[in-house]
Design a protein around this ligand. Structure first.
Ligand code: AMP
Length: 589
């Protein structure tokens, strides 16, 4: 398959943000794609080469890209730099530089999707001292045979700047339309994606076997399942209204969600965003299998940092010390954890996803063996039937160092990948009038002054809009940061600086620098207001107005375990705003 078919589609997609048009372009692209290439193309559309949990990192440094452009075009490095500054994007710069050279006379071999994909995969696999030279060689060999537009998109793929604004739902709509007759079949694809976390495999299957092939998808040990998520409620009364007469309440612990797969002689740990994080938790790999009374199992729990005597929970941040490549064993002994199970999705060849929560919980309690060292346990659960019972259990959980409660409908199946009202979270901050907490994406920074010279003193934050795959600004935040936080954030954010605003970022503000929208931090706010400057939830409550947070404060939590797509949405902010208006009206009575 000619790569130009794909790069032309990328070009068309760059010109539009409209979901229906994007879907149309994708349907036409899929119709021209031979079956064996569908998965490759779907991964590339997601900005990846393999499903996320395999950890194949697509990406090169800008320096490497510049060297490859110079090598292929014969242009001096200074010209590549100058064009880059003007264009603000290395892909576009490559297109310009290569266009102005007579590189077409060099083109010798047709460039295909297969060749580009294989080369990108080879580049992703290179490491070590000679790898930079080899990468340059691979890239320039592609650029030598590619035309200017193809070169632009090859570089955008490699630099991960191909931001077409296609949400996964749009890809699934297009797959359903192209291979299953209509968009109506999207839920079947979604269900398969939710249990496999592998959209390439879903695409390949629907292309080869049609919708029936996809309907037969089931979970597999070692393929992460997309996690079930919770809606938030602001009071015990709201919870009762949503849940009915009798339901379960569990402690909501403040750690990292871990999905543990045991089977085939291996243990794998996946994060909430389905990344494999086994290497950070050698203690889970070692200690958990003997504590589980099953040959194969997929369990979910919260890994929580503990005091050395294993009697008290420690703050979430302590856990992040484990997120390092080297000296993991030192981090493991310095920062002990406990694993607190709350769900069982699969056990010995049997999927429990469709079983009611209570049945899964009972099975879980049966297979988690009692552990004298306090390393693992089932999260505490009770049945509640009234506001008072919820309040009482809430007090108990807060006293035990938890964030609040999770409320779960006893008859609900496990809804992989979905946020719904079968699981609700009731957080402590409502009790203590701390305001609402939100997980927001850092999109921009303002340089600090005075004591904060040399770091970003204020950050610009955004909510995520899943439907459009965009980030809309909601506030600036400059309080709540310790000096240590500011240094750490500077280190994390500096490599994310971009010359121009990412096309997915929407903001009426101009920070000193824009960042690739990747980092999520937690803030609390005392009030949500309408704003003409911030664009989150634009027009949702009043035409011409978005939402802004008043007096936002950083809580000290950098949510490294969350992907930007897991950040709070404008939908959540609207719900909080409406709740606030209702409460204010109630107060006035
Ligand atoms: P949030 O990240 O605020 O949306 O809250 C949901 C998260 O709470 C989950 O992803 C888990 O990491 C965590 N959690 C803590 N305790 C529980 C529990 N008992 N059941 C489910 N999730 C829990």
């Amino acid at each position: 398959m000619k790569f130009s078919i794909l790069s032309d589609a990328f070009g068309e997609m760059e010109q539009t943000r409209k979901r229906t048009e994007l879907t149309g372009i994708l349907v036409r692209l899929f119709e021209k794609t031979p079956q064996e290439n569908i998965a490759k193309i779907v991964y590339m559309l997601q900005g990846m080469l393999r499903p996320g949990f395999e950890g194949v990192e697509l990406g090169i440094a800008e320096k490497t890209a510049k060297r490859a452009i110079a090598k292929s075009s014969g242009a001096p490095a200074s010209e590549v730099d100058r064009t880059y500054k003007k264009e603000g994007d290395l892909g576009a710069a490559a297109q310009k530089v290569l266009q102005s050279k007579t590189q077409s006379t060099l083109a010798s071999q047709e460039i295909t999707v297969e060749r580009v994909y294989e080369t990108l995969l080879k580049i992703a696999g290179l490491s070590g001292s000679r790898s930079q030279d080899l990468k340059v060689r691979h890239i320039s060999s592609l650029l030598n045979d590619a035309d200017a537009t193809e070169s632009k998109f090859i570089l955008k793929l490699l630099l991960r700047t191909l931001r077409l604004g296609i949400a996964e739902n749009t890809i699934m709509d297009a797959l359903a339309a192209a291979y299953a007759g209509s968009k109506e079949s999207r839920p079947v694809l979604e269900a398969a994606y939710n249990v496999s976390s592998d959209l390439g495999r879903v695409a390949e299957t629907v292309a080869a076997l049609g919708i029936d092939g996809v309907a037969a998808f089931d979970l597999e040990v070692n393929s992460p399942i997309r996690p079930m998520l919770a809606d938030r409620v602001k009071s015990e009364a709201d919870a009762l209204k949503k849940m009915g007469v009798s339901f379960s309440a569990e402690y909501k612990l403040d750690g990292e969600r871990v999905q543990i797969h045991i089977g085939g002689g291996r243990v794998k740990v996946f994060s909430r965003s389905n990344e494999e994080i086994t290497s950070y938790y050698p203690d889970i790999v070692e200690n958990i299998p003997p504590l589980i009374d099953a040959k194969e199992a997929i369990l979910e729990g919260e890994a929580v940092a503990m005091t050395h005597d294993m009697t008290e929970f420690r703050p979430f941040q302590e856990l992040m010390h484990r997120r390092r490549k080297y000296k993991v064993s030192q981090a493991v002994s310095e920062y002990p954890i406990s694993v607190n199970f709350f769900d069982l999705l699969y056990v010995d060849s049997q999927s429990l996803l469709d079983d009611p929560y209570m049945a899964r919980r009972k099975r879980l309690e049966k297979i988690v063996k009692h552990d004298g060292d306090g390393f693992s346990r089932c999260i505490k659960r009770v049945t509640v039937t009234s506001e008072d019972e919820i309040s009482e259990f809430m007090e108990e959980s807060v006293a035990a160092g938890c964030e609040g409660l999770m409320l779960k409908a006893d008859d609900s199946p496990y809804q992989a990948g979905a946020r719904g009202s079968h699981w609700l979270k009731l957080k402590r901050e409502y009790k203590e009038n701390l305001g609402d907490s939100l997980d927001l994406v850092v999109i921009g920074g303002f340089f600090g002054k005075g004591k904060r010279t040399g770091v970003y003193g204020t950050l610009l934050l955004a909510t995520y809009e899943p439907d459009t795959d965009t980030y809309s600004s909601i506030c600036k935040v400059g309080t709540g940061f310790s000096d240590e936080d500011l240094d750490r954030l500077y280190q994390i954010l500096s490599p994310k600086v971009m010359l121009k605003r990412d096309a997915r970022i929407q903001s009426g503000m101009e920070p000193d620098v824009w960042f690739v929208p990747e980092l999520v931090i937690e803030i609390v706010t005392s009030e949500i207001t309408l704003s003409p400057t911030h664009l989150s939830a634009m027009d949702a409550v009043r035409k011409g107005y978005g939402m802004a947070l008043r007096f936002p404060k950083f809580t000290g939590r950098i949510r490294e375990e969350k992907a930007a797509e897991d950040a709070s949405t404008s939908e959540e902010v609207i719900t909080l705003y409406r709740g606030q208006v209702k409460t204010a009206a109630g107060d006035a009575d």
